[in-house]
Design a protein around this ligand. Structure first.
Ligand code: AMP
Length: 382
Protein backbone atom coordinates (compact mmCIF):
# COMPACT_ATOMS: atom_id res chain seq x y z
CA UNK A 1 0.00 0.00 0.00
CA UNK A 2 2.68 2.47 1.04
CA UNK A 3 4.02 2.74 -2.53
CA UNK A 4 0.75 4.56 -3.33
CA UNK A 5 1.88 7.25 -0.99
CA UNK A 6 4.16 10.11 -1.92
CA UNK A 7 6.69 11.85 0.22
CA UNK A 8 5.91 15.54 0.24
CA UNK A 9 9.11 17.49 0.63
CA UNK A 10 9.61 20.97 2.13
CA UNK A 11 8.96 23.67 -0.45
CA UNK A 12 5.75 21.90 -1.53
CA UNK A 13 2.32 23.38 -0.87
CA UNK A 14 -0.06 21.83 1.65
CA UNK A 15 -3.74 22.60 0.97
CA UNK A 16 -5.91 22.77 4.09
CA UNK A 17 -9.70 22.56 4.02
CA UNK A 18 -10.94 24.76 6.85
CA UNK A 19 -9.44 28.02 8.02
CA UNK A 20 -10.03 27.87 11.79
CA UNK A 21 -7.51 27.73 14.62
CA UNK A 22 -6.55 24.12 13.94
CA UNK A 23 -5.68 25.03 10.36
CA UNK A 24 -3.78 28.08 11.60
CA UNK A 25 -1.62 26.06 14.01
CA UNK A 26 -1.08 23.33 11.39
CA UNK A 27 0.00 26.03 8.94
CA UNK A 28 2.37 27.67 11.43
CA UNK A 29 4.08 24.32 12.09
CA UNK A 30 4.22 23.50 8.38
CA UNK A 31 5.78 26.88 7.59
CA UNK A 32 8.48 26.32 10.21
CA UNK A 33 9.21 23.08 8.38
CA UNK A 34 9.55 24.91 5.06
CA UNK A 35 6.18 24.18 3.44
CA UNK A 36 3.81 26.60 1.77
CA UNK A 37 0.12 26.74 2.66
CA UNK A 38 -3.11 27.15 0.73
CA UNK A 39 -6.41 27.27 2.59
CA UNK A 40 -10.10 27.07 1.68
CA UNK A 41 -12.58 28.70 4.03
CA UNK A 42 -15.89 30.56 3.50
CA UNK A 43 -14.77 33.51 5.65
CA UNK A 44 -12.17 35.95 4.35
CA UNK A 45 -9.15 36.64 6.58
CA UNK A 46 -9.80 33.42 8.53
CA UNK A 47 -7.41 32.43 11.35
CA UNK A 48 -5.55 30.16 8.89
CA UNK A 49 -5.98 32.53 5.93
CA UNK A 50 -4.00 35.14 7.87
CA UNK A 51 -0.91 32.91 7.89
CA UNK A 52 -1.38 31.12 4.53
CA UNK A 53 0.35 31.80 1.19
CA UNK A 54 -2.88 31.29 -0.75
CA UNK A 55 -6.33 32.02 0.69
CA UNK A 56 -9.37 30.78 -1.24
CA UNK A 57 -12.62 32.21 0.07
CA UNK A 58 -15.59 30.03 -0.89
CA UNK A 59 -18.05 27.50 0.49
CA UNK A 60 -16.61 24.06 1.21
CA UNK A 61 -18.89 22.40 -1.33
CA UNK A 62 -18.00 24.91 -4.12
CA UNK A 63 -16.42 22.58 -6.65
CA UNK A 64 -14.65 25.42 -8.50
CA UNK A 65 -12.99 26.47 -5.27
CA UNK A 66 -12.08 22.86 -4.45
CA UNK A 67 -10.52 22.55 -7.92
CA UNK A 68 -8.59 25.75 -7.35
CA UNK A 69 -7.28 24.46 -4.03
CA UNK A 70 -6.29 21.22 -5.75
CA UNK A 71 -4.49 23.07 -8.55
CA UNK A 72 -2.18 24.95 -6.16
CA UNK A 73 -1.57 22.10 -3.66
CA UNK A 74 0.78 19.09 -3.67
CA UNK A 75 -1.16 17.40 -0.86
CA UNK A 76 -4.54 18.07 0.74
CA UNK A 77 -5.47 17.75 4.41
CA UNK A 78 -8.35 19.03 6.51
CA UNK A 79 -8.79 20.66 9.88
CA UNK A 80 -12.45 19.85 10.53
CA UNK A 81 -14.56 16.79 9.96
CA UNK A 82 -17.86 18.01 8.57
CA UNK A 83 -16.60 18.35 5.01
CA UNK A 84 -19.09 17.75 2.24
CA UNK A 85 -18.66 14.11 1.22
CA UNK A 86 -18.93 14.78 -2.54
CA UNK A 87 -16.25 17.45 -2.35
CA UNK A 88 -13.95 15.11 -0.45
CA UNK A 89 -14.60 12.23 -2.87
CA UNK A 90 -13.72 14.52 -5.79
CA UNK A 91 -10.50 15.47 -4.03
CA UNK A 92 -9.68 11.83 -3.33
CA UNK A 93 -10.14 10.91 -6.98
CA UNK A 94 -8.40 13.91 -8.52
CA UNK A 95 -5.72 15.02 -6.08
CA UNK A 96 -3.44 13.64 -3.40
CA UNK A 97 -5.44 13.13 -0.17
CA UNK A 98 -3.39 10.58 1.79
CA UNK A 99 -5.91 10.51 4.64
CA UNK A 100 -8.54 9.15 2.25
CA UNK A 101 -12.28 9.48 2.85
CA UNK A 102 -13.08 6.40 4.91
CA UNK A 103 -12.08 7.60 8.40
CA UNK A 104 -13.92 10.84 7.80
CA UNK A 105 -17.03 8.95 6.68
CA UNK A 106 -16.93 6.83 9.84
CA UNK A 107 -16.41 9.73 12.25
CA UNK A 108 -18.96 12.03 10.60
CA UNK A 109 -21.72 9.85 12.01
CA UNK A 110 -21.92 8.77 15.66
CA UNK A 111 -23.55 5.46 14.65
CA UNK A 112 -20.73 4.33 12.35
CA UNK A 113 -18.18 5.76 14.78
CA UNK A 114 -19.51 3.84 17.82
CA UNK A 115 -20.06 0.65 15.83
CA UNK A 116 -16.52 0.68 14.41
CA UNK A 117 -15.00 1.22 17.86
CA UNK A 118 -17.09 -1.61 19.27
CA UNK A 119 -16.11 -3.91 16.40
CA UNK A 120 -12.48 -3.39 17.38
CA UNK A 121 -13.33 -4.72 20.85
CA UNK A 122 -13.03 -1.34 22.57
CA UNK A 123 -15.75 -0.53 25.15
CA UNK A 124 -18.21 2.34 24.54
CA UNK A 125 -21.28 3.43 26.55
CA UNK A 126 -24.42 1.37 25.78
CA UNK A 127 -26.32 2.98 22.91
CA UNK A 128 -29.30 2.72 20.57
CA UNK A 129 -30.00 4.54 17.32
CA UNK A 130 -33.44 6.16 16.97
CA UNK A 131 -35.22 7.97 14.18
CA UNK A 132 -38.64 8.75 15.69
CA UNK A 133 -40.21 9.76 18.99
CA UNK A 134 -41.67 6.36 19.93
CA UNK A 135 -38.28 4.72 19.34
CA UNK A 136 -36.59 7.39 21.42
CA UNK A 137 -39.02 6.75 24.33
CA UNK A 138 -38.36 3.04 24.08
CA UNK A 139 -34.56 3.49 23.91
CA UNK A 140 -34.56 5.75 26.99
CA UNK A 141 -36.54 3.07 28.83
CA UNK A 142 -34.24 0.24 27.88
CA UNK A 143 -30.96 2.17 28.42
CA UNK A 144 -32.27 3.83 31.59
CA UNK A 145 -32.12 7.33 33.05
CA UNK A 146 -29.74 9.20 33.21
CA UNK A 147 -28.80 9.05 29.56
CA UNK A 148 -27.97 11.49 26.78
CA UNK A 149 -29.49 11.95 23.33
CA UNK A 150 -27.20 13.27 20.58
CA UNK A 151 -27.75 13.95 16.91
CA UNK A 152 -25.73 11.42 14.90
CA UNK A 153 -24.35 14.08 12.57
CA UNK A 154 -23.12 17.63 12.83
CA UNK A 155 -23.00 18.26 16.61
CA UNK A 156 -19.98 19.65 18.45
CA UNK A 157 -19.15 21.21 21.85
CA UNK A 158 -22.41 19.88 23.31
CA UNK A 159 -24.57 21.29 20.49
CA UNK A 160 -27.23 18.86 19.30
CA UNK A 161 -27.40 17.08 22.68
CA UNK A 162 -29.98 16.68 25.43
CA UNK A 163 -29.22 15.06 28.77
CA UNK A 164 -32.16 13.07 30.15
CA UNK A 165 -32.21 13.26 33.94
CA UNK A 166 -35.92 12.51 34.44
CA UNK A 167 -38.91 11.43 32.33
CA UNK A 168 -39.92 15.08 31.64
CA UNK A 169 -36.60 15.66 29.84
CA UNK A 170 -37.46 13.09 27.16
CA UNK A 171 -39.77 15.48 25.30
CA UNK A 172 -37.03 18.10 25.22
CA UNK A 173 -35.00 15.66 23.11
CA UNK A 174 -37.70 15.25 20.42
CA UNK A 175 -36.63 18.34 18.41
CA UNK A 176 -33.20 16.74 17.91
CA UNK A 177 -34.90 14.18 15.63
CA UNK A 178 -35.63 16.96 13.15
CA UNK A 179 -31.93 16.92 12.30
CA UNK A 180 -32.12 13.19 11.44
CA UNK A 181 -31.31 10.03 13.36
CA UNK A 182 -30.09 10.30 16.94
CA UNK A 183 -28.13 8.17 19.36
CA UNK A 184 -29.33 7.49 22.90
CA UNK A 185 -26.30 6.80 25.08
CA UNK A 186 -26.13 5.53 28.65
CA UNK A 187 -24.70 8.12 31.03
CA UNK A 188 -21.15 7.17 32.02
CA UNK A 189 -20.43 8.11 35.66
CA UNK A 190 -16.84 8.99 34.81
CA UNK A 191 -14.18 10.03 37.31
CA UNK A 192 -12.08 11.68 34.62
CA UNK A 193 -12.16 12.52 30.95
CA UNK A 194 -8.96 11.64 29.12
CA UNK A 195 -7.72 11.94 25.57
CA UNK A 196 -4.97 10.45 23.49
CA UNK A 197 -3.82 12.17 20.34
CA UNK A 198 -2.28 9.61 18.03
CA UNK A 199 -0.60 10.11 14.66
CA UNK A 200 0.13 7.46 12.07
CA UNK A 201 2.08 7.73 8.83
CA UNK A 202 1.68 5.63 5.66
CA UNK A 203 4.37 3.19 6.89
CA UNK A 204 2.13 2.33 9.84
CA UNK A 205 4.42 4.08 12.32
CA UNK A 206 2.37 5.48 15.23
CA UNK A 207 3.21 7.96 18.00
CA UNK A 208 0.95 9.14 20.79
CA UNK A 209 1.14 12.38 22.70
CA UNK A 210 1.36 12.00 26.49
CA UNK A 211 -2.06 11.18 27.98
CA UNK A 212 -4.16 14.29 28.64
CA UNK A 213 -6.72 14.84 31.41
CA UNK A 214 -9.53 17.13 30.30
CA UNK A 215 -11.92 19.29 32.29
CA UNK A 216 -15.03 20.43 30.41
CA UNK A 217 -17.29 23.29 31.47
CA UNK A 218 -20.72 23.47 29.82
CA UNK A 219 -19.58 20.73 27.38
CA UNK A 220 -16.65 22.84 26.14
CA UNK A 221 -13.06 21.95 26.93
CA UNK A 222 -11.80 24.27 29.67
CA UNK A 223 -8.49 22.77 30.83
CA UNK A 224 -6.09 20.07 29.72
CA UNK A 225 -3.75 18.76 32.41
CA UNK A 226 -0.63 16.79 31.45
CA UNK A 227 0.52 14.42 32.81
CA UNK A 228 -2.98 13.13 33.54
CA UNK A 229 -3.40 12.35 37.24
CA UNK A 230 -4.02 8.62 36.82
CA UNK A 231 -1.99 5.47 37.50
CA UNK A 232 0.45 3.95 35.01
CA UNK A 233 -1.87 1.04 34.12
CA UNK A 234 -4.53 3.51 33.00
CA UNK A 235 -1.94 5.39 30.93
CA UNK A 236 -0.87 2.17 29.19
CA UNK A 237 -4.49 1.09 28.64
CA UNK A 238 -5.33 4.49 27.09
CA UNK A 239 -2.37 4.27 24.66
CA UNK A 240 -3.25 0.72 23.75
CA UNK A 241 -6.92 1.66 23.03
CA UNK A 242 -5.77 4.55 20.82
CA UNK A 243 -3.37 2.31 18.92
CA UNK A 244 -6.00 -0.40 18.37
CA UNK A 245 -8.32 2.24 16.90
CA UNK A 246 -5.64 3.97 14.79
CA UNK A 247 -4.38 0.68 13.31
CA UNK A 248 -7.88 -0.79 13.02
CA UNK A 249 -9.25 2.19 11.10
CA UNK A 250 -6.12 2.59 8.96
CA UNK A 251 -5.40 6.10 10.22
CA UNK A 252 -3.14 8.34 8.17
CA UNK A 253 -2.68 11.71 9.89
CA UNK A 254 -3.88 12.48 13.39
CA UNK A 255 -6.75 11.16 15.48
CA UNK A 256 -7.99 12.37 18.86
CA UNK A 257 -9.52 9.62 20.98
CA UNK A 258 -11.70 11.02 23.77
CA UNK A 259 -12.24 8.66 26.69
CA UNK A 260 -14.11 8.32 29.99
CA UNK A 261 -12.37 6.72 32.96
CA UNK A 262 -14.62 4.76 35.34
CA UNK A 263 -12.61 3.05 38.10
CA UNK A 264 -9.75 1.55 36.10
CA UNK A 265 -11.86 1.00 33.00
CA UNK A 266 -11.79 3.09 29.83
CA UNK A 267 -14.79 3.77 27.58
CA UNK A 268 -14.27 5.65 24.32
CA UNK A 269 -16.62 8.62 23.93
CA UNK A 270 -15.73 9.96 20.51
CA UNK A 271 -13.11 10.33 17.82
CA UNK A 272 -11.92 13.39 15.91
CA UNK A 273 -9.83 12.61 12.79
CA UNK A 274 -7.57 15.68 13.15
CA UNK A 275 -5.47 17.57 15.68
CA UNK A 276 -7.61 18.44 18.72
CA UNK A 277 -8.04 21.14 21.32
CA UNK A 278 -6.80 18.75 24.03
CA UNK A 279 -3.46 18.46 22.17
CA UNK A 280 -2.70 22.19 22.03
CA UNK A 281 -0.52 21.82 25.13
CA UNK A 282 1.99 19.91 22.96
CA UNK A 283 3.13 23.08 21.17
CA UNK A 284 5.21 24.02 24.21
CA UNK A 285 4.84 20.84 26.27
CA UNK A 286 6.33 18.23 23.92
CA UNK A 287 9.38 17.84 21.72
CA UNK A 288 7.04 17.47 18.70
CA UNK A 289 3.61 19.12 18.71
CA UNK A 290 0.44 17.50 17.40
CA UNK A 291 0.50 19.96 14.49
CA UNK A 292 4.05 19.14 13.40
CA UNK A 293 3.26 15.44 13.84
CA UNK A 294 0.18 15.75 11.64
CA UNK A 295 2.21 17.45 8.90
CA UNK A 296 4.89 14.76 9.17
CA UNK A 297 2.23 12.03 8.90
CA UNK A 298 0.46 13.41 5.83
CA UNK A 299 3.79 14.23 4.15
CA UNK A 300 5.00 10.64 4.75
CA UNK A 301 7.93 11.66 6.96
CA UNK A 302 9.16 9.76 10.04
CA UNK A 303 7.18 10.82 13.13
CA UNK A 304 8.81 12.98 15.79
CA UNK A 305 9.61 12.34 19.46
CA UNK A 306 6.61 13.24 21.66
CA UNK A 307 8.37 13.26 25.04
CA UNK A 308 6.77 15.65 27.53
CA UNK A 309 9.26 18.41 28.32
CA UNK A 310 7.53 19.68 31.42
CA UNK A 311 4.19 19.40 33.30
CA UNK A 312 1.65 21.54 31.50
CA UNK A 313 -1.84 22.98 31.91
CA UNK A 314 -3.63 24.41 28.87
CA UNK A 315 -6.61 26.70 29.42
CA UNK A 316 -9.01 27.82 26.70
CA UNK A 317 -9.85 31.48 26.19
CA UNK A 318 -13.47 31.80 25.11
CA UNK A 319 -15.29 34.90 23.85
CA UNK A 320 -16.33 35.77 27.40
CA UNK A 321 -12.72 35.59 28.66
CA UNK A 322 -10.84 37.79 26.26
CA UNK A 323 -10.97 41.07 28.11
CA UNK A 324 -9.21 40.31 31.37
CA UNK A 325 -8.46 43.12 33.83
CA UNK A 326 -5.01 44.70 34.00
CA UNK A 327 -4.05 42.81 37.19
CA UNK A 328 -4.82 39.54 35.49
CA UNK A 329 -2.42 40.13 32.63
CA UNK A 330 0.62 39.38 34.74
CA UNK A 331 -0.45 35.83 35.43
CA UNK A 332 -1.80 35.35 31.92
CA UNK A 333 1.54 36.37 30.47
CA UNK A 334 3.33 33.94 32.76
CA UNK A 335 1.89 31.39 30.32
CA UNK A 336 2.34 31.11 26.56
CA UNK A 337 -0.54 32.98 24.96
CA UNK A 338 -2.02 31.90 21.61
CA UNK A 339 -4.71 34.07 20.04
CA UNK A 340 -6.37 32.89 16.87
CA UNK A 341 -6.96 36.23 15.13
CA UNK A 342 -10.78 35.99 15.25
CA UNK A 343 -12.39 39.37 14.89
CA UNK A 344 -15.54 38.88 16.87
CA UNK A 345 -15.56 37.61 20.47
CA UNK A 346 -18.80 35.68 20.84
CA UNK A 347 -20.01 33.80 23.90
CA UNK A 348 -18.31 30.37 24.08
CA UNK A 349 -16.36 30.97 20.86
CA UNK A 350 -12.79 29.66 21.08
CA UNK A 351 -10.62 32.79 20.76
CA UNK A 352 -7.30 31.42 21.96
CA UNK A 353 -5.60 29.36 24.62
CA UNK A 354 -2.83 29.73 27.16
CA UNK A 355 -0.31 27.06 28.07
CA UNK A 356 1.17 27.17 31.56
CA UNK A 357 4.36 25.21 32.17
CA UNK A 358 5.74 24.34 35.59
CA UNK A 359 7.39 21.86 37.93
CA UNK A 360 4.18 20.19 38.89
CA UNK A 361 0.57 20.35 37.64
CA UNK A 362 -0.87 20.88 41.16
CA UNK A 363 1.30 23.99 41.56
CA UNK A 364 0.22 25.31 38.18
CA UNK A 365 -3.43 24.68 39.04
CA UNK A 366 -2.95 26.46 42.37
CA UNK A 367 -1.58 29.55 40.59
CA UNK A 368 -4.38 29.39 38.05
CA UNK A 369 -7.02 29.38 40.78
CA UNK A 370 -5.96 33.00 41.51
CA UNK A 371 -6.81 34.01 37.99
CA UNK A 372 -10.41 35.11 38.21
CA UNK A 373 -11.18 35.32 34.49
CA UNK A 374 -12.16 31.66 34.52
CA UNK A 375 -13.72 31.67 37.98
CA UNK A 376 -16.21 34.50 37.89
CA UNK A 377 -19.45 34.00 36.06
CA UNK A 378 -18.46 35.55 32.77
CA UNK A 379 -20.57 38.38 31.42
CA UNK A 380 -22.69 37.15 28.55
CA UNK A 381 -21.86 38.72 25.21
CA UNK A 382 -22.93 38.01 21.69
P1 AMP B 1 -19.42 14.84 23.12
O1 AMP B 1 -19.97 15.88 22.19
O2 AMP B 1 -19.92 13.48 22.85
O3 AMP B 1 -17.92 14.91 23.23
O4 AMP B 1 -19.94 15.27 24.58
C1 AMP B 1 -19.52 16.45 25.21
C2 AMP B 1 -19.32 16.22 26.71
O5 AMP B 1 -20.55 15.79 27.32
C3 AMP B 1 -18.33 15.12 27.05
O6 AMP B 1 -17.00 15.60 27.04
C4 AMP B 1 -18.79 14.71 28.44
O7 AMP B 1 -18.36 15.66 29.42
C5 AMP B 1 -20.30 14.81 28.33
N1 AMP B 1 -20.86 13.51 27.88
C6 AMP B 1 -21.16 13.17 26.61
N2 AMP B 1 -21.64 11.91 26.54
C7 AMP B 1 -21.64 11.44 27.80
C8 AMP B 1 -22.02 10.19 28.39
N3 AMP B 1 -22.52 9.17 27.68
N4 AMP B 1 -21.85 10.04 29.74
C9 AMP B 1 -21.37 11.06 30.50
N5 AMP B 1 -21.00 12.27 29.98
C10 AMP B 1 -21.14 12.46 28.67
Amino acid sequence: MSNLYKTIVPGSTIGIIGGGQLGRMMALSAREMGYRIAVLDPTPDSPCGQVADVEITAAYHDINAIQKLASVSDVITYEFENIDHDALTWLHEHTYLPQGTELLRITQDRETEKTSIQTLGVPVAPFQIVTEEAELDQAVQSIGIPCVVKTCRGGYDGKGQQVIRNTEDVKAAYPLLQAGKCIVEGWVPFEKELSVIISRNPNGETKTLPLAENIHVDNILHQTIVPARVNQEVVEQAYSVAKIIADGLGLIGTLAVEMFLVGDEIFVNELAPRPHNSGHYSIEGCVTSQFEQHIRAVCNLPLGDTTLLTPTVMVNLLGEHVEPTLEQYELILSGKVHLYGKKEAKLKRKMGHITFLGEDVEEILQDLSKLTIWNEKAEVKG
